[in-house]
Design a protein around this ligand. Structure first.
Ligand code: GCU
Length: 391
């Protein structure tokens, strides 16, 4: 899905750094009664408070898994990617009967790895062809996706098409899980929104992975690009079973600071994509300063788990500097855990991964997810995630 095609006509967008107005970020450490968090214990309470702020004002409430969820492996290819992987097509039934809404998960697991494997989980725009696709189409899509690269690095990949959960348009909720599962999940369609539904789907993929003995349940990584990066952030904030969170060019409504007026704005988001966020988020159109929170605090909710934020140098729409500053600010919560985040000033050296437990890079080029990006995520995961059972 290309970058700024939905430019929302007449609304102004600033792409001039000298015109960025001063702003004051709320501190993740300030409690509702004005105290300052100083310990991990106090942070745990504060974390719940912040998570609710984001639910109430931006993404909506996050329901749990539906009762009776079950799985069916539809096909297995033990010789995928020229023998490097086992590929399975799995139907994830989001309810007790086989007539329940289904998410089709495509899973690749490496064949050459001894022991349990780490897995990247993400939704995709179109990488996974429908199950009916012929062999040639599948081969082409396999070659295009990051599958071979991740498999070669010893990582599995599990993905589903985002449209299986909700179509990406203002009417999508009428036929997606917000409507079909409103009863079983005990949530009204307007209590959450499209990004929340996609995030919820990522957790359901994780539910499935947790049933597989081949998978290292302590090394499941949620990853997303752009709008799916925004959803991956919300998934990672809510679902602490994800050991690592990767946000590729997630921009406004993702890693980027809402208060920094550069590139896409809250108003543009809410106008071009009114279905992504709950109605309350529109109160902050042209008024980011009124938000009781900002996106660095959402990044903070990933702590102490591994977090990677990535930007691209030509992706001004996503505000690379706003993503960097937000990641850097989140490092204050990591510091509470004795972990190091991102230091230095923007821009860091191009095409270079920086940061310790919070990672960041600014890749040369456009809004996209490239082999370079994936190789940084793998290296970061290798550094930060310990195999289950290792010392
Ligand atoms: C649009 C949108 C962004 C989004 C992007 C994408 O550009 O304005 O917020 O991240 O699409 O999903 O590619």
């Amino acid at each position: 899905v290309a970058g700024a095609l939905l430019c929302a006509g007449a609304q102004k967008t600033n792409k001039d750094e000298s015109k960025v107005q001063p702003y004051t970020l709320p501190s993740a450490f300030t409690t509702p009664d004005g105290k300052t968090v100083r310990t991990v214990k106090q942070w745990q309470k504060q974390r719940a408070y912040l998570l609710k702020l984001f639910a109430d004002n931006e993404y909506g409430r996050m329901p749990g898994a539906p009762a009776g969820m079950h799985y069916r492996v539809d096909s297995v290819d033990r010789n995928a990617l020229d023998g490097a992987a086992v590929r399975s097509d799995v139907s994830v039934f989001l309810g007790p009967s086989d007539g329940a809404p289904v998410m089709h998960v495509l899973l690749y697991l490496p064949t050459h790895v001894a022991g349990k494997v780490p897995v990247f989980v993400g939704l995709n725009f179109a990488v996974v062809p429908p199950l009916s696709a012929d062999a040639a189409t599948r081969k082409r899509e396999e070659d295009r996706g990051p599958f071979a690269q991740l498999i070669a690095a010893g990582y599995g990949v599990a993905t589903a098409w985002y449209g299986d959960l909700e179509a990406d348009n203002p009417d999508g909720w009428k036929t997606g899980v917000r409507s079909t599962l409103a009863g079983p999940l005990h949530i009204q369609p307007q209590e959450w929104a499209t990004l929340g539904v996609w995030a919820w789907g990522m957790s359901r993929i994780q539910d499935y992975l947790l049933t597989l003995p081949e998978v290292d349940t302590h090394r499941i990584i949620v990853v997303g690009h752009s709008r799916i990066g925004k959803a991956a952030l919300w998934a990672g904030a809510n679902d602490i079973r994800f050991a690592m969170v990767v946000l590729n060019d997630s921009g406004e409504g993702g890693a980027a600071l809402a208060r920094r007026d550069f590139g896409e704005t809250t108003q543009i988001l809410n106008t071009a994509f009114p279905h992504w966020f709950v109605a309350r988020f529109r109160d902050f159109n042209n008024n980011a300063a009124a938000m009781p929170m900002d996106q660095h605090e959402l990044l903070s909710l990933i702590a102490p788990r591994a977090l990677y934020v990535a930007s691209a140098s030509d992706d001004w729409w996503s505000d690379p500097k706003g993503e960097f500053l937000s990641a850097q600010e989140a490092g204050k919560v990591y510091a509470l855990y004795g972990l190091k985040g991102v230091t230095g000033s923007f821009p860091p050296p191009l095409d270079t991964s920086i940061g310790d437990h919070v990672g960041y890079h600014l890749r040369t080029g456009q809004h996209d997810m490239m082999p370079f990006d994936w190789s940084q995520y793998v290296a970061f995961a290798n550094r930060n995630l310990k195999p289950t059972g290792s010392i």
